[in-house]
Design a protein around this ligand. Structure first.
Ligand SMILES: *Cc1c(COP(=O)(O)O)cnc(C)c1O
Length: 401
């Protein structure tokens, strides 16, 4: 079957909850992907940063296959020999003392919300059912009913109500507004250190630090959603490190599974994650041995292949080159590490048509909202591949001018 046949089948039988570019990938290795016709593309999205280690990293694939030959699922009714090792390794690497494993990012966000609420009732003394969590305008924390309950994007919410109560919204980057929104019942402040889905929005310098201070002063938990920004993407292990802060809770996912398997987790210290007692929360697949073996190797690859350092160096190199691209369409180039957004002026006619032209040139990226092109290649990328991409980007900006 060729691409057109497969696109037709997908459109007939698959629910239309996405609007993908019309490229049908059947193979990938490292930073390169191939479509069914054998055309080659440079992956400049990395599955929204779930493939930071590159496609089918040989060691991650080996860990997956080796584990699949031994043991894949016990449920948490029994113990397995991989989860304890992942738990220790993730704590050693991040400096937290406890971890709770889930599968998708949205589930881990839900877990963080549940943790914060339980903490508020048991430790902070918030009256039952009164806990409040403050989130930011333009946030993205996943697609569950609770996560969209504090979304400000109408598209994500339309016809999905009624919503989960207990959330307050403040503008992203406004520490004063956060301080004003805090009440005696506030359990937590939940924030993405960089709002990736909203268009790679970077808060004003000092915002995260100030927000963390405000939280501490008011006995409010600071929760960072680092599902997309974490594990090296921004040139730091966690994007929050750029402002020297250590959140009370960190949510990770995406590249924790090395692009091979969905794995997510909530990291915190014992005083916090210790609020859970047996039976109060769980997941059939959370902490399964296949996921844990993959996650262990995915983290090891991030460390041993120096992906955090590479993201910092290649990101700085590429951003500098991008900023030199002369086009009247470009409003701003911004980012950290290899999480980069190119915002276009409205006159450019939307980011989508640029992504479609880039696809024809062999570069796969995706618009976020209407006017931002996101560039987020695997963290294994080298300068010569970035130069290859730059040539295509320049040529598309010239052609569409
Ligand atoms: C992707 C993402 C999520 C949701 O993760 P899923 O695995 O798609 O459920 C949550 N928060 C952020 C910041 C993300 O980028």
């Amino acid at each position: 079957m060729d691409s057109q046949d497969l696109i037709r089948l997908e459109d007939i039988y698959g629910a239309h909850n996405y609007h993908p570019l019309d490229v049908v990938i059947s193979k990938a290795q490292g930073i390169w992907m191939h479509d069914v016709e054998g055309r080659k593309y440079l992956d400049f999205l990395s599955a929204y940063s779930a493939v930071n280690q590159g496609h089918r990293h040989p060691r991650i694939v080996r860990a997956l296959v080796d584990q699949a030959r031994k043991l894949t699922l016990t449920s948490r009714a029994f113990r397995n020999d991989q989860w304890p090792l992942l738990a220790k390794e993730v704590c050693d690497m991040t400096g937290y003392t406890m971890v709770l494993p889930m599968n998708s990012g949205a589930e881990a966000v839900e877990t963080a919300v549940k943790t914060a609420r339980k903490w508020a009732y048991q430790k902070k003394g918030v009256p039952q059912d009164k806990a409040e969590i403050i989130a930011c305008a333009n946030n993205f924390h996943g697609r569950t009913v609770t996560a969209i309950s504090f979304s400000t994007e109408p598209l994500y919410r339309q016809d999905f109500g009624p919503f989960t109560p207990g959330f307050t919204i403040v503008p992203f980057g406004d520490a004063e507004a956060l301080e004003k929104a805090i009440t005696p019942n506030t359990a937590a402040f939940l924030v993405e250190p960089i709002q990736a889905e909203a268009g790679i929005l970077i808060p004003p310098e000092g915002f995260l630090r100030r927000a963390a201070e405000i939280c501490k002063a008011n006995n409010v938990l600071f929760i960072a959603d680092e599902i997309q920004t974490g594990l090296g993407r921004t040139g730091r292990l966690f994007a929050c490190e750029a402002e020297g802060i250590r959140p009370d809770m960190v949510v990770i996912g995406k590249s924790l599974g090395g692009g091979c398997y969905p794995v997510s987790a909530v990291l915190a210290d014992r005083e916090l994650l210790g609020v859970f007692k047996p039976g109060e929360h769980g997941s059939t697949f959370g902490g399964n041995p296949l996921a844990c073996a993959v996650a262990r190797e995915s983290l090891k690859v991030i460390r041993e292949d120096k992906l955090v350092e590479n993201a910092a160096e290649r990101g700085a190199y590429f951003m500098d080159k991008l900023r030199r691209v002369r086009s009247r369409f470009i409003k701003e180039v911004r980012g950290r590490g290899l999480l980069i957004g190119v915002e276009l002026h409205p006159e450019a006619g939307g980011a989508r048509r640029f992504c479609e032209e880039l696809m024809k040139e062999g570069l796969l990226c995706k618009e976020t909202h209407d006017n931002v092109i996101r560039f987020a290649p695997p963290l294994t990328i080298r300068d010569k591949d970035l130069n290859w991409a730059l040539k295509r980007i320049k040529s598309v900006f010239r052609r569409l001018a």
